[in-house]
Design a protein around this ligand. Structure first.
Ligand SMILES: Nc1ncnc2c1ncn2[C@@H]1O[C@H](COP(=O)(O)OP(=O)(O)OP(=O)(O)O)[C@@H](O)[C@H]1O
Length: 269
């Protein structure tokens, strides 16, 4: 990649904390586990903002604190210090590697359940669930039970169920990590399309560099032990992207090298 391209894509310092109008904002966020004397600092002074409608991938080595950070943003845990703001009236929607669908319900009923919890009137739920299943290209699967669906289809239902929460912010924790490469590739396309059609803000956690470069407008690299914002890249490669696109491959190499540096530095401590 040329220097000009690298400069255009940017390798910028973390944005200043306190910026207004953000979908997600973390200001001086730290998280430690364990009791006094045996404290384990996992996240250290994270300052991070995600703009409305942005697709941000949080990348880092295994154990660097990505899921911990996502859990904090989701409100599933509290930071040891610092502030987190999420501009979503009902809280962010969540999607994990495990689909966590109810196996005794059909695909449609799983989505309808989320609509019910959101307070959507009974008469409107069926139609809305069908619309959401259409959105993830599962029209016609309303009556299928979870065991009748492939891994990729289950994650599509899980995405439809997350979208049923009608939150402007979607948090995704390695949602495609358990899928085979081809299915993952198809779901990357689908997620990109859904993101563009809905305008939703996505905060996506992965340790897969190519996945991050394939999907994100911005990649934020976390260091390990403790997790800090080590580097970030703005990506303006046009969508839809292919993992084999030269620009995607080149940037992936660059980010992988930086990730290796972080892992080496961690190993030296
Ligand atoms: N509830 C907890 N209590 C104690 N330690 C925890 C807790 N949750 C996470 N940790 C520790 O925090 C560190 C970061 O874990 P986390 O799951 O956030 O990493 P990660 O980057 O998401 O890893 P991976 O990519 O492997 O999923 C690990 O050392 C983990 O053991």
């Amino acid at each position: 990649m040329t220097d000009a391209l690298i400069a255009a894509r940017g390798a910028e310092p973390a944005p200043a904390p306190g910026a207004e109008g953000q979908a997600v904002e973390l200001v001086h966020v730290s998280k430690a586990f364990g009791r006094a004397g045996a404290r384990h600092l996992v996240l250290d002074d994270i300052n991070l903002t995600v703009a409305p409608g942005e697709f941000l991938c949080l990348l880092g080595a295994s154990g660097c604190g990505k899921s911990t950070l996502l859990n904090l943003v989701a409100g599933l845990d509290r930071p040891t210090s610092g502030d987190i703001t999420v501009s979503a009236r009902r809280g962010p929607a969540l999607m994990f590697q495990e689909h966590a669908l109810f196996p005794w319900l059909t695909a449609g009923r799983n989505v309808e359940l989320a609509l019910r919890l959101r307070g959507v009137a009974r008469a409107d739920r069926r139609g809305e669930a069908e619309r959401l299943l259409e959105l993830v290209r599962l029209g016609g699967a309303h009556r299928k039970r979870v065991h009748e669906l492939s891994g990729g289809m289950r994650q599509r239902v899980a995405l439809a169920r997350a979208l049923a929460q009608d939150s402007p912010v979607l948090l995704m924790d390695e949602p495609f990590a358990a899928l085979d490469a081809i299915t993952r590739d198809v779901l990357h396309d689908e997620l990109t399309r859904v993101w563009r059609e809905t305008g939703i803000t996505v905060l996506f956690v992965t340790h897969n560099v190519r996945e991050a470069v394939r999907l994100a407008e911005r990649v934020v690299l976390l260091s390990s032990r403790p997790g800090r914002v080590a580097h970030q890249w703005h990506i303006d490669i046009p969508q839809p992207r292919r993992v084999e696109d030269p620009a995607v491959a080149e940037l992936s190499v660059q980010i992988t090298e930086r990730l290796r540096e972080e892992i080496r530095r961690h190993g030296e401590r």
